[in-house]
Ligand binder design. Structure first.
Ligand code: AMP
Ligand code: MG
Length: 407
C-alpha cells in the first residue's frame, strides 16, 4: 500500500496527497481494554450486545400508584410501597393499590400506574381523580432485547455512548490504545511562556498549542525544548523516539542551513515521504515513516502549526485510532469577502465559523503572515482557498475544516 509520490528530493505534495498518504501509512494501533472513565474519545473495537432485556423488568415510568388494569374502582386501599430498587412481587386484589416510585419494579403483570398527580391520598386510601389508557410502564425489553447489538464497533465513544456501556455492564470496553507522542520544539530563540524573552528571543507558543491540540484526543505528549542543533535533537530522539508512535518536530523543517529535521530523521532510518507541500500556510512539511512510527517536521510558524495540526496530524490521529478515510472538509458560506490574490498555491485561511439556521457561516480572520498569531484568538476553522482563486466574494460557498473537535 505504498503511495506513489515524486521520487527522492522532489517530494512536494498537495494537501490532498498528504492526507491520502497519511490514511495509507498510519495503521490502527493495537487494542486494549480500559476502564470506562478512561474510554472517552477512543474508538470502540468490539460490538456491544445487551446482556439482558433492556429494561430487565417492568418498571414504573412515573411516581404514582399501581392498580389492576381490570379494576375500574375510583377508590383503592394502599397495601404496600415500592421504591426504586425494591423487589416485591405480589398479586393485587381488586380495590388494592401499591404506592410505586419512578423506576420501581412492578409487583406483577396486568397493572397500570396512576400518576400521583391524578390521585388523592387520604390515609391508607386513595381516590383516583383521572384515569386514561396510559399504563406508565417501561416494559421489559422495550428498549432492546437480550443479545441485541447495541453498538457497532468502529465508533468514537461519546459521553452518551459511555453511559450506555455502563448501563449494560461493559466496564472495560475494548478500544484502540492512545498513540505515544513525542514533541520536540526546536529553536535557539524560544523561551518558556512564563519567562521574559531577551532581545531576539520569543516565547514558545507551539508547545502549548501542540499540547492543547493533543489533549482534545486525551493524548499526553512527551515534550522537550531543544536548541536548533542537530546533535541536541538527536540526543532527545535517541532517548525517547523508540517508544513513540508519532514524533512531531516543530521548527527546522525547511531548507535553511540550520534546518536539520530531514537529515536527522534520515539518520534514524526514516523514509521521507513528503518534504514540502504546495499548500500555505505550512509549506515546509516533512512526513516520514520508520516501521509503524510516523514523524512530522512542522514549520515553526504558529499559524502553520495550527494548519498542519488540524489538517495532517489530525488525519494521522484518526487513522491511528482506526477511523481513517473521512473527509475533513465541510462547506459553508463566506460572511465577508476574502482577498485571495490569485496565488498559485492552495491556502488555508483562519476563520471563525458557526451554524446559522443550519448553514455554516464563515468569517475570515485577519491574516498577513503565518507568523501572526492574533487571528488564533478566535479561529475555529480554516477556509480552503483553492489554488489560483481570486477574491472570494461574500456569500460564496467555500470548503473549510473545523478545528473544533467533534469526534
Ligand atoms: P523554523 O521553522 O524553525 O524556521 O521557524 C519558523 C518561524 O517560527 C520562526 O520565526 C521561528 O522563530 C518561529 N518559531 C519556531 N518555533 C516556535 C515556537 N515554538 N513558538 C513560536 N514560534 C516559533
Ligand atoms: Mg527554527
Amino acid at each position: 500500500n505504498q503511495m506513489t509520490l515524486p521520487a527522492a528530493n522532489n517530494r512536494t505534495a498537495s494537501s490532498s496527497e498528504v492526507l491520502q498518504l497519511l490514511r495509507e501509512i498510519c495503521l490502527p494501533l493495537a487494542v486494549e481494554r480500559v476502564a470506562l472513565p478512561n474510554a472517552g474519545g477512543r474508538v470502540l473495537c468490539e460490538p456491544i450486545c445487551a446482556p439482558e432485556d433492556q429494561p430487565a423488568f417492568d418498571r414504573s415510568s412515573v411516581d404514582g400508584f399501581a392498580v389492576r388494569r381490570d379494576d375500574a374502582a375510583a377508590r383503592f386501599r394502599v397495601v404496600d410501597e415500592i421504591r426504586a430498587g425494591d423487589w416485591k412481587p405480589r398479586q393485587l386484589q381488586p380495590g388494592e393499590a401499591v404506592r410505586i416510585a419512578t423506576g420501581g419494579a412492578l409487583p406483577s403483570d396486568g397493572l397500570q400506574v396512576v400518576m400521583r398527580e391524578d390521585a388523592e391520598r387520604e390515609g391508607e386510601f386513595l381516590s383516583v381523580l383521572r384515569r386514561d389508557d396510559e399504563r406508565n410502564i417501561r416494559f421489559r425489553g422495550e428498549d432492546a432485547r437480550a443479545g441485541q447489538v447495541l453498538i457497532e464497533p468502529g465508533i468514537w465513544l461519546y459521553p452518551g455512548t459511555l453511559g450506555l456501556l455502563a448501563s449494560v455492564g461493559c466496564a472495560q470496553p475494548l478500544v484502540t490504545r492512545l498513540p505515544r507522542v513525542l514533541h520536540l520544539a526546536t529553536g535557539n530563540e524560544i523561551v518558556p511562556p512564563e519567562e521574559q524573552p531577551q532581545r531576539g528571543q520569543i516565547r514558545d507558543s507551539n508547545s502549548t498549542l501542540v499540547r492543547a491540540f493533543l489533549e482534545q484526543w486525551r493524548i499526553q505528549p512527551t515534550q522537550l525544548r531543544v536548541p536548533e542543533d542537530e546533535a541536541a535533537a538527536r540526543t532527545a530522539l535517541e532517548s525517547s523516539a523508540h517508544e513513540a508512535d508519532l514524533i512531531l518536530i516543530s521548527g527546522g523543517a525547511s531548507v535553511g542551513e540550520h534546518d536539520f529535521t530531514r537529515h536527522l530523521l534520515e539518520q534514524f532510518g526514516f523514509t521521507i515521504h513528503v518534504s514540502k507541500t504546495t499548500a500555505r500556510s505550512g509549506k515546509p512539511l516533512i512526513v516520514a515513516q520508520h516501521g509503524n512510527t510516523i514523524a512530522f517536521g512542522l514549520p515553526g510558524n504558529p499559524l502553520a502549526h495550527f494548519v498542519c495540526l488540524n489538517l495532517y496530524v489530525r488525519a494521522a490521529l484518526e487513522a491511528l485510532a482506526g477511523r481513517p478515510g473521512e473527509s475533513v472538509f465541510q462547506t459553508g458560506v463566506l460572511m465577508a469577502a476574502l482577498p485571495a490574490d490569485g496565488n498559485a498555491r492552495e491556502m488555508f485561511w483562519p476563520a471563525h465559523w458557526r451554524l446559522h439556521d443550519g448553514v455554516a457561516t464563515l468569517t475570515p480572520l485577519r491574516w498577513r503572515s503565518s507568523g501572526d498569531l492574533t487571528s488564533l484568538a478566535s479561529a475555529n476553522a480554516l477556509i480552503r482557498v483553492t489554488a489560483g482563486a481570486q477574491r472570494l466574494e461574500r456569500s460564496s460557498w467555500v470548503e473549510f475544516v473545523s478545528t473544533e473537535m467533534t469526534l
